[in-house]
Write a protein that binds this ligand. Structure first.
Ligand code: HEC
Ligand code: HEC
Ligand code: HEC
Ligand code: HEC
Ligand code: HEC
Length: 445
């Protein structure tokens, strides 16, 4: 028993030491140590305009980030000593130059300060390595100045000195922000770890393969040589095209010909063809991915078919219901005995693929920094196939003839009740169709 526990203790101590290295970087530099992205624009024209269009350039200014930081995280940090560190810490990834300059909390985005540069060119291209072995909680080592690190290291510009750095081309660079531990020591963001445990690293498929695809061209207007250039699009969950067809759905019945009141069992296969990590990943506390199944008879009557429960522990979080959740929003908002709001607003009985985040009271939370444990991880891993079944007793009054059965998979970045409660623009909780599937049965009287 004790021998079994020992390595866990060592790992925790080790991780704590790394975390310390990251927090010690707070205030070590000034804003003027970092160049603004506009300084790179005249020469790196295309890369600049790609980055400008990506979430990376809005990590501090984006409406929902602003709301969550200023309305929830900062007041919560002031009230609860255990989470006090997030007042600075959120900025380690969302406004790294403000964090490194010790300007935290940074001025509100409307003030137009340099914190608004978010994850800028100079942030990534002056990262030398990470402190420790596991990248997480902004443990990147920043060395701002005229030296820019690149994976290729073509040193032909009079503007800066480019130094080739293998680290720049590795997923560990990404992992320093795309892996996060809460003050309670749980992995509230684990995109890097999910990738590392999946099938892709062995095949040399990295974050860059899918999020910075390479195309033949030039990377600066005065570059003399064409080559394969890493595109700076960073398209992810905010890009409908990236989301489309992430999962392939297929549906088949166990029998085609039925009479009213007989029972059919539909089997659904869900194959994650596109992501290099789990789906959903990243801010999983707020992602809702679900499948809705309906049958339509010859007269146009529509019947909703709920999923068959599988019976695993905590499964209730993965089947849509009218349950209330997020009672802890009352803490930062100062609402005593807050009863909570609807956990999600989707048809009751639909299967949800998610990871429920639980606060120290064991209640589901949207405040990832207040997460002490998890419910069941029911997301779809990279190249994983899940099977769901739907048992349906044919209604007695169904029309004779063909019944079309369709399944649709939808995705929301933020649950509708949370978006409405906190006045987050509708765009953030819009349902995106991921994929669909069709099959049929025949009814005889
Ligand atoms: C270790 C780095 C890191 C820390 C610390 C961090 N974040 Fe993030 N945050 C990210 C990354 C990376 C994403 C984007 C991942 C994704 O797409 O979900 C993100 C996404 C978000 C989003 C957007 C979710 C969406 O729907 O797109 C919000 C809001 C947010 N963070 C708020 C916060 C707040 C508030 C804190 C502090 C309590 C914080 N973050 C701390 C790295 C971090
Ligand atoms: C005056 C023009 C100019 C400006 C301004 C400029 N660069 Fe460059 N940069 C270049 C040229 C030219 C190259 C070499 C391109 C080539 O030959 O492939 C280059 C190469 C790079 C590389 C090398 C990539 C590699 O691995 O080979 C990085 C990284 C880079 N620049 C980052 C930046 C950043 C960050 C900024 C803004 C802070 C910036 N540059 C501003 C002209 C410029
Ligand atoms: C300095 C921290 C930092 C580093 C390093 C970093 N990211 Fe991010 N990234 C963020 C933050 C913060 C966001 C969230 C922006 C938001 O939604 O507010 C983000 C957003 C993204 C998104 C968009 C997610 C969405 O929801 O649309 C993708 C994709 C992404 N990053 C990929 C990468 C890749 C690939 C790398 C490595 C080459 C990387 N990131 C390195 C901080 C970082
Ligand atoms: C989130 C981190 C990140 C940000 C932000 C970022 N870069 Fe990069 N950049 C990288 C990585 C990683 C590579 C190398 C990718 C590879 O080779 O797979 C790279 C490559 C480059 C290259 C060489 C491209 C090539 O393949 O020839 C240039 C030039 C460059 N970046 C400039 C910029 C400029 C200018 C900006 C801002 C507009 C910027 N970068 C923003 C991470 C970043
Ligand atoms: C095989 C391709 C592939 C690889 C490899 C890959 N991704 Fe993704 N990633 C995707 C696709 C497709 C999506 C859009 C679906 C989604 O949101 O998960 C995505 C989404 C994301 C998001 C948004 C997740 C969310 O819920 O907000 C982030 C952040 C991200 N990737 C970062 C990374 C990082 C960091 C790595 C490397 C550790 C990586 N990705 C590796 C394909 C890939």
């Amino acid at each position: 028993m004790h021998a079994y526990l020992l390595p866990i203790v060592i790992v925790t101590g080790f991780i704590f030491a790394q975390d310390k290295a990251a927090s010690e970087a707070h205030g070590r530099f000034t804003y003027s140590d970092f160049e603004a992205p506009t300084a790179c624009r005249p020469c790196h024209v295309d890369l600049y305009h790609q980055w400008e269009q990506a979430m990376m350039s809005q990590a501090y200014t984006h409406h929902w980030d602003e709301i969550e930081y200023f309305r929830l995280a900062v007041p919560h940090a002031d009230k609860e000593p255990k989470v006090a560190e997030v007042k600075d810490g959120c900025n380690g990834c969302h406004a790294p130059t403000a964090f490194l300059a010790g300007d935290t909390p940074p001025p509100h985005p409307s003030k137009g300060s340099r914190a608004n540069e978010s994850v800028s060119c100079d942030v990534c291209h002056t990262i030398k390595t990470v402190a420790g072995e596991t990248p997480f909680n902004f443990n990147f080592v920043s060395t701002p100045g005229k030296v820019k690190y690149g994976a290729k290291g073509r040193n032909v510009s009079p503007y800066h000195t480019v130094v080739q750095n293998d680290f720049t081309g590795t997923p560990e660079l990404c992992g320093s922000c795309h892996n996060e531990q809460s003050p309670y020591g749980v992995w509230v963001k684990s995109t890097y770890l999910e990738w590392a445990e999946g099938p892709y690293p062995k095949q040399g498929v990295t974050c860059m393969t899918c999020h910075m695809p390479k195309a033949y061209g030039i990377n600066a207007i005065m570059a003399k040589e064409k080559s394969m250039v890493a595109q700076h699009l960073f398209h992810g969950a905010h890009d409908d095209g990236k989301l489309r067809s992430v999962v392939e759905l297929r549906l088949n019945p166990d029998t085609r010909e039925l009479e009213p009141s007989e029972t059919v069992t539909l089997s659904m296969q869900l194959f994650n063809a596109k992501t290099g990590h789990k789906f959903p990943s990243g801010s999983a506390e707020e992602r809702v991915l679900w499948v809705h199944v309906e049958a339509v008879d010859e007269d146009g009557n529509v019947y909703h078919i709920p999923v068959d429960p599988k019976g695993f522990k905590g499964e209730e979080y993965t089947i849509a219901s009218e349950a209330l959740a997020y009672q802890d929003l009352g803490i930062p908002l100062g609402i005593p005995d807050f009863p909570g709001i609807r956990r999600e607003m989707i048809p009751v009985g639909d299967r949800i693929f998610r990871l429920p985040y639980l606060n120290p009271d064991g209640k589901m939370t949207i405040m990832q920094w207040y997460t002490a444990s998890f419910g069941p991880d029911y997301r779809i891993g990279p190249r994983e196939t899940k099977i769901e079944t739907y048992t349906w007793q044919i209604p007695d009054d169904i029309a004779e003839g063909r019944v079309e059965i369709r399944a649709e998979m939808y995705y929301r970045k933020l649950p509708v009740p949370v978006a409405e409660f906190l006045d987050v623009p509708e765009e953030e909780s819009r349902a995106v169709l991921i994929n669909d599937a069709h099959t049929w049965i025949e009814i005889f009287y």
